[in-house]
Design a protein around this ligand. Sequence first.
Ligand code: SF4
Ligand code: SF4
Length: 483
Amino acid sequence: MTLIETRPTEAPPDEEPPLYANRVKVYPKAVSGPFRKLKWAVLIVCLAVYYLAPWLRWDRGPGHPDQALLIDMEARRAYFFWIEIWPQEVYYLTGLLILGAIGLFLVTSLLGRVWCGYSCPQTVWTDLYMWIERLIEGDRNARIRLDKAPWTASKLARKTLKHALWLVIAALTGGAWVMYFNDAPTLARDVMNLNVSGGVLFFAALFTSTTYLLAGWAREQVCTYMCPWPRFQAAMFDRETLIVTYEAWRGEPRGKHRKGEAAKSLGDCVDCGQCYQVCPTGIDIRDGQQLECIGCALCIDACNVVMRKVGLPANLIAYDTVANQQARASGGVSRWRPVRPRTMIYAALLLVVGAAMLLALALRSTLDINVLRDRNPLFVTLSDGSIRNGYTIKILNKAREERSFVLTVDGIPSGEMQLAGHESAAESAKLTVKPDTVGTFRVFLRAPRASLQTESLPITFGLKETATGETARHSSVFVGPEH
Ligand code: SF4
Ligand code: SF4
């Protein structure tokens, strides 16, 4: 059988590389080995979590959504099992993103690009698409032959089937995405009854098309050209970071091993090409560290198969550190040092942010008050000469039951409070807010002009729940005429 090889085109060494180069299509070969098995396991877990998570139920009581993971845009709430996030608490989301970023920094400084190689959605869906492609069109050489062959009924049927299956997966992916924003069983019923809103259709179609294009067509180009992460992840690397690396000191000079004296002058690399044939980004790891390498370690599996066959020690391509490589190349002993200043700093930051998030969640209040002061007019002078300011009070009742409060204000001597729509004024006002809602009230504060010693008086609104005594406070000002 003729072995067909395709390799990335390279500019001659004395020529400037062109600014634009046509894509050289990559035909990754199937490989088996421990890293491939690990990749399958991560892929199955990631896809299972993504497709099934919207179907998890979580009882929050009558009248409340029972979907464990839900972003309810209409009600402006995000639900994560027992946690309910209001729009005013978006800092929890910010905290989660910071936590994720620091976690990624830590993992990258320890293990290189394992996120890219194993769990990035682009990698997971591309791997799934390649598996389907291999099932229908065969392995690397068969696919190269098929692409070069003229169009026949058989080729058309294979290509059509492949793209149809890719589209089905893309549609399932887009469909699962919108279920995170809608009740999954209700949405599934609506789809059956062809009764889906335009917004849901738009986002499902958007995610269907991006999945199909990015995983089916763009593939490694997303990692190489579109994703910013490879460009700054090098800042997290140091000499002790484990990366997929070719042990050049052992492999070179490379060449076909033949029986006899000549083989003794060669390194361990038999130049079989298996490492770049299995590479999903089509690069040759023997050329050194490259931005295109996503750290998937499939070349390690491929090379170890070859090393076993030719009876040479495994791990000519290995997860290794630059420090280890240099130590071994000079006959020293290698040792991985996961604990070092960089990783300690990332771990400490992770702990601090994680602890702050947990504390914030544990102390999360079910009551909050926001005050907006009227700007136009700043104040009104009443017929009796007293000064009046208007405020909009928003009370966030995050509890599941109706609650009654007493609203007071500190800082205005001889001041009185009047609720909009009420005749009488008093020192305080009684307010009731329905469960799980924001109660909005218009309040006027009035003070005799003579009692105002300055143009702007700092004041504090206090809110106290009648039943429990839970309180919330908010600062504002009371404005009068110039003195
Ligand atoms: S060089 Fe190896 S680790 Fe890097 S992307 Fe290719 S197969 Fe994966
Ligand atoms: S798979 Fe191993 S032996 Fe074969 S070319 Fe790559 S590094 Fe050399």
